[in-house]
Design a protein around this ligand. Structure first.
Ligand code: NDP
Length: 250
């Protein structure tokens, strides 16, 4: 599906929430979804970055987006419930969510990770994402067919030394996706994961400071799978964890 060619109207009339929409892969996904007809809700913690993405979408004459400033670090269940109510009042339904916001945390030996570091990574990457999903399910069920995409990583499938809470959080993400996909089997909301693979963003540069970014795919390069899983061409796909950059079979 990494060669998927999305029709220009793939996401017409769909309302899609993207978390971490101000930078990196999330910003590119938000712009790509808008370019394919979606009304995009841009969620993130740095308002100036969300405004830049908003302005770029409007300048291209794509559907007018909305901005939700929210820090997953401090957000409560009530914040997510209020957000779901606002989306229902304004749009009447939600057709898709791309759970993209994450933090890398500190890469260090397991025994050296501070309690605060554990809590921060788990709060943003797992607890915030779980609570948000819980509160959004009712408004997702108002759509005829909704797609929820979580963002995983290769270290969420096979643990790697020194990747501590980030790796554990991505294992949890895979688990959350599987539980939800199983609960909602044959219903109108489906749940899958995307593993972007090494992609040219600031998170990747923090993890691999010595790497030449020019050797990496850009966020724009990996959008075919993001489009495929969000649109109705993947309507029967549920409970899968798919790679933007699959490793060649040995
Ligand atoms: P970036 O760090 O470039 O972007 C992450 C986005 O998430 C930013 O917009 C950031 O906001 C937002 N964010 C972080 N913390 C919070 C928070 N507490 N509340 C709200 N928003 C928050 O990362 P990438 O684009 O590289 O990564 C996107 C996803 O892809 C992540 O889930 C990552 O784990 C995953 N991934 C990335 C890979 C890569 O090679 N790039 C490889 C494998 C997985 P702000 O800009 O304000 O900090």
């Amino acid at each position: 599906m990494n060669n998927y060619q999305a029709p220009a109207t793939l996401l017409d009339d769909k309302v899609i929430l993207v978390t971490g929409a101000g930078d990196g892969i999330g910003a590119q996904a938000a712009k790509t979804y808008a370019a394919h007809g979606a009304t995009v809700i841009l969620l993130g913690r740095t308002v100036s970055k969300l405004e830049t993405v908003y302005d770029e979408i409007v300048a291209e004459n794509h559907p007018q987006p909305a901005i939700i400033p929210l820090d997953l670090q401090g957000a409560s269940a009530k914040n997510y419930a209020d957000m779901a109510d606002t989306i229902e009042d304004k749009f009447g339904r939600l057709d898709g969510v791309l759970h993209n916001a994450s933090v890398l945390g500190q890469l260090s030996a397991f025994v050296d990770i501070s309690e605060q570091e554990w809590q921060e990574v788990m709060q943003i990457n797992v607890h915030g994402t779980a609570l948000m999903t819980q509160k959004l399910v009712p408004v997702l069920r108002l759509a005829p067919a909704a797609s929820v995409i979580f963002t995983t990583s290769s270290v969420g499938r096979k643990g790697r030394a020194f990747w501590g809470p980030y790796a554990v959080s991505k294992f949890a993400t895979e688990g959350m996706m599987q539980v939800l996909a199983s609960e909602f089997e044959n219903r109108s909301v489906r749940f899958n994961c995307i593993n972007p693979g090494g992609t040219r963003t600031s998170m990747r540069a923090s993890a691999f400071p010595a790497e030449d970014p020019q050797t990496l795919k850009t966020p724009a390069d990996i959008m075919p799978l993001y489009l495929y899983l969000m649109g109705d061409d993947s309507a029967r796909v549920n409970g899968q964890s798919l790679d933007c950059q699959p490793k060649p079979a040995n």
